[in-house]
Design a protein around this ligand. Structure first.
Ligand SMILES: [Zn+2]
Length: 130
């Protein structure tokens, strides 16, 4: 996710409006050019936006990576199936139905790059649909 750079910001202390480099805002190192106080509210709001964007985008990125890893043609997934796919279990069930390369699918999902940030919290057995 990208922000306009420099980013238009209103100082929360003196209401002075100015533009600040995105990196400095995100690192909480920006200070108001007028009153010299740290700019935090805009930085916090930008982090919140980034988090919400990541949470929204992650399932879509996962599905597209997973379709590639398991060699599944997206044309074989109906719009309804796609819309109803809310968990990894839903993906696994779908992949086992239409994929032809789903051996060890749970372990292979855990090895996907997109899973690395949460890998330590997952167990292959916990993904296996019954
Ligand atoms: Zn200020």
């Amino acid at each position: 996710m990208k922000f306009m750079n420099p980013y238009p910001t209103t100082c929360e202390h003196c209401n002075h409006k100015s533009n600040y480099p995105v990196n400095a805002l995100l690192e909480f190192t920006s200070v108001c050019v007028k009153c010299n106080t740290a700019i935090r509210k805009t930085a916090l709001a930008m982090h919140q936006t980034k988090r919400e964007h990541s949470i929204t985008m992650w399932p879509i990125l996962f599905i597209f990576d997973a379709l590639d890893v398991f060699d599944i043609d997206i044309d074989h997934i109906s719009d309804e199936e796609y819309d109803n796919m809310e968990t990894m279990d839903d993906f696994i069930i779908l992949a086992k139905r239409i994929g032809n390369n789903t051996n060890d699918i749970e372990a292979r999902i855990i090895d996907m790059d997109i899973i690395k940030p949460i890998k330590d919290s997952l167990e292959p057995a916990s993904l296996a649909p019954t």
